[in-house]
Design a protein around this ligand. Sequence first.
Ligand code: ADP
Ligand code: MG
Length: 199
Amino acid sequence: MACTGEDVRAAVHRVVETVREHRDELVELDRVIGDGDHGENLRRGFEAWAAAPTGESPAEVLKQLATTLISKVGGAAGPLYGTAFLRASTAVKDLAELDTAAVVTALRAGLDGVVARGKAEQGDKTMVDALAPAVTAAESAATVREALEAAAGAAAEGAEATRDLVARKGRASYLGERSVGHIDPGARSTALILRALLP
Ligand code: ADP
Ligand code: MG
């Protein structure tokens, strides 16, 4: 299985649906260790994309998603997710279809973008704790489906494990030790988004 631009569009539509379904859960997670806007931030951004999805190639679809998220999503997550999708787009520029290697390259580029922008390391209780293990897991997959399944599984575990971490980046870091015991909203949304990429 290789992913055409149409496949990527369909995947993003599934992400829109997931973000809609989990909006309140993400708001609640962010209310506990942040300011309670994460679910609504993401909902607004992905709905804006869904209202006018364009782009033919995988890279064009990802680029348009990135620019929409950067302009419509407030907070820390907008620029971080925007950068991730923009770097992913650049990494697969000019490809009509994404094979397994291209999907992994896009995921890796997305992670590198988040790290370059947010300067978080693994263990800082951010979306990086879901995305980094996801990329590593995808790298040993043989097919696109296997890569996405491995990424989603590792991201879910990584997000769950943020519960035990002390936040060192973003708004949750203001809580210090009091952030322990709660899942990071951005790690949770990353796991949800990766899961939704699978048909
Ligand atoms: P804000 O914190 O500005 O209200 P959101 O609530 O939309 O923005 O997003 C919060 C999420 O952003 C956090 O749960 C965390 O996963 C992620 N985040 C915040 N700062 C960073 C950073 N420097 N690097 C990576 N991720 C970050
Ligand atoms: Mg917030």
